[in-house]
Design a binder for this molecule. Structure first.
Ligand SMILES: [Zn+2]
Ligand SMILES: [Zn+2]
Length: 395
């Protein structure tokens, strides 16, 4: 089977947008009917694929499939054949679930670019009227919360229909350029160009996948660190301003926390945790990237702690470099796994703070090591730079 009318897929197009255009150009106004007939054809070809394709556009993408995502991949491959597309074309524009994480957020992937699931818009999917005038399809990046302006035309994306005021969402209205009230978004005169944001060229080349994944991780970290919501109107200008002073602003934040802790010290430093002073900074570095390398925030934080240990050498009384750190955070500094940190403990490379009950050793979130000793070990093992993903171990 082939469609009577076959249409081109744009590399930056959202999968749902392509299905809407395909349905409309083949005479289906209701997308659910189109998806049902596709489903029927697909299951005729391969019985296992019965029900693999959702009949609802909002559940069509691959990250929305529950148990049958492997079958859905097979169904999508058949569709590529029906649509006369190059192999893997549709898969490349689909959003896939991965087994990787940005901190506690699942990483999704599209065209090898990783981004945290929390970054996807749910209710509103804004449009750029100028893009629609040029080509009538939905660009995937409009699905991402931090994108408030069109990277190509530098104008504010439109979130609400100027006629009826409703949120714009082409998946709900099953129409790319028309609101459900009939208004054509291509008529909108966009606001004046404003300085932006994210370089359009980053999106245009598939070679930039790693760079973009890292950029999205930095967005997530920045949002958590600075309290600026991912969908803030000025997210990208604020982000760019922050990173134009990087790393001075971050180091000065860390030093401010340090001074406050020294000023307000209520108990001895060897009784309090690193997180009491620097507020989960180590855990937050996990938001930056899905792997242990290329983490610019962790690099700065590790260097800061090395400097701290140098500035506050060991002396008779505990000082701020003698605060306590848990196994999970130690693993981050040592660029290794919690299991390996436990082995370092068993093998005597790391010492537990005096008086820690044995059961605490099995609870990786309880601070049991001295920051100083963990830092000294990172230096001894050469694991204080992002070049090392695993420890150079003595065993
Ligand atoms: Zn545009
Ligand atoms: Zn409307």
């Amino acid at each position: 089977m082939k469609f009577l009318k076959r249409i081109k897929l744009f590399p930056d197009e959202a999968l749902e947008s392509y299905f809407i255009r395909c349905a409309h150009s083949n005479g289906f106004q209701k997308i659910s009917l189109f998806l049902q007939s596709l489903s029927a054809f697909i299951s005729l070809r391969d019985k296992e694929l019965k029900g693999a394709l959702s009949a609802s556009l909002s559940r069509l993408n691959l990250h929305k499939a529950h148990n049958s995502s492997a079958y859905r991949v097979r169904a999508i491959k058949l569709l590529e054949e029906f649509c006369d597309l190059q192999p893997s074309c549709l898969l490349r524009v689909a959003v896939l679930r991965t087994n990787r994480h940005f901190g506690s957020y699942v990483a999704l992937a599209r065209s090898n670019v990783l981004f945290p699931n929390i970054m996807l818009r749910e209710h509103v999917i804004p449009v750029c009227p100028l893009c629609l005038q040029e080509r009538n399809y939905i660009r995937f990046i409009w699905h991402l919360k931090p994108i408030q302006r069109c990277p190509k035309h530098q104008v504010k994306l439109i979130f609400n229909c100027p006629e009826c005021g409703n949120d714009i969402n082409y998946i709900q209205s099953e129409n790319i350029e028309l609101c459900s009230c009939g208004y054509d978004f291509r008529q909108i005169k966009p606001s004046e160009k404003t300085e932006e944001s994210m370089s359009a060229s980053l999106f245009e080349s598939s070679e930039n996948a790693d760079k973009l994944s890292l950029e999205f991780g930095k967005y997530l970290w920045f949002s958590k660190h600075s309290g600026v919501e991912l969908d803030d109107d000025y997210f990208l200008p604020k982000f760019n301003r922050y990173f134009s002073n990087w790393p001075d602003n971050y180091l000065s934040y860390l030093k401010t926390q340090e001074s406050k802790a020294i000023e307000k010290q209520t108990s001895r430093f060897n009784q309090i945790s690193v997180n009491d002073i620097w507020c989960e900074q180590l855990q937050n570095t996990r938001l930056v990237t899905t792997n242990r390398v290329n983490n610019l925030v962790l690099d700065q934080l590790a260097n800061y702690f090395i400097d701290l240990v140098n500035r506050y050498p060991k002396c008779q009384h505990a000082n701020i470099a003698d605060t306590l750190i848990n196994q999970v955070d130690s693993a981050l500094l040592l660029r290794t796994s919690v299991e390996q940190v436990f082995r370092l403990l068993e093998d005597g490379y790391l010492k537990v703070k005096f008086g820690v009950p044995t059961e605490a050793i099995y609870k990786p979130h309880i601070p049991i090591f001295y920051l100083r000793e963990v830092i000294e070990l990172t230096q001894a093992q050469g694991s204080n730079t992002s070049m090392f993903e695993h420890m150079i171990s003595a065993w």
